[in-house]
Write a protein that binds this ligand. Sequence first.
Ligand code: GN1
Ligand code: MG
Length: 372
Amino acid sequence: MSPEARQTLEKVLENYRLSGTITHAEQCVSGHINDTYMVTLVGADGSADELVLQKINGYVFKDPKKVMHNIREVTRHVQGKEISGSCDIIPFLDDPQGRNYTCVADQYWRVCRYVKDSVTHDFVEDSRVLYSAGYAFGRFQSMLCDLPMKRLYETIPDFHNTRKRLDAFFAAVDEDPLGRAADVRDSVDFFVQHRELACRLADLQKTGAIPLRVTHNDTKYNNILMHKDSLEPLCVIDLDTVMPGLTAHDFGDAIRFAANTAVEDEHDLAKVGLNLEHYTEFTRGFMQACQGFLTEREVETMALGAVTITIELASRFLADHIGGDKYFRIHRPNHNLDRARCQIRLAEDMLAKYDAMCRIVEDSLYGQPMYG
Ligand code: GN1
Ligand code: MG
């Protein structure tokens, strides 16, 4: 880490009046948007604090104060319920003015404590991880289903407005500033073919057939802190995109990530597909935690949510590739193209397994939840 980067971390801690010496600081590599650092701070009395410092990406989040407002609202709502145990929301520290963020050099930062004995999983080696993550995200919806939506800002307008996303994608193809569109014709055709299917869920919401709810909008299983031994879900993290949305989007985004037989940016498309066993485990956890508040119509649209989000994200990756990789951080040439092709292949496999996906959602609804 450069001396300048370390100085910035020190400044952030100073703003929180957290004194001591940084004995260890390292940047976390996962996540495409914000910059996250794990820091050990040792006080004058020798006690060590494990802290997580995060710089909010100002290109993606145009108004970080609104992001932090939403996080404050959902955290308070859940804390107000005084339900102990399984699955809290990560609390950010307050600065001396009572704000849950601070500013250093015009950048917004926030700080939380490392949750003891917690781990995140970037790969699934034990299918309990999937049940646990499903349960945590389902429970998140359930705990927030009575939070009035008007208290939350739409921090990224039209985040999952699939019609607008696809319009933006086709506009990027037309504009083609770097001459990259010619090489991705086959992928562009995929969106032409599936445009209406991908927009069905957003249309259902527009007509009022399915309700808006408080959603997380980034439901990767590595956004759940789990107990390192028991795998019980401890905490939901990465609340940047909490806002009004559809439960099927949260479910679908989780499946897109968790039940892919390959990684999100897999280059070898033969490895990509929907793992129905992983799908079943996540779905069981999610649906069991959602018992009692989803409408019948919402339950019917869960599998569609997975297809929708996968196609939508594919269009976002490909639009970014065509537009010059401005949104999603890339780590190799054509990275966003690889990501897009992988998501397209996954969506195709989901469509082939669609009936089974719907059946598994129905079958999962009535089981006894594993956590309290
Ligand atoms: C972004 O960086 P990360 O993993 O938190 C993106 C999500 C995408 C995801 C794809 C604000 O989230 O919508 O699904 O990448 N977040 C935003 O990996 O655009
Ligand atoms: Mg995120």
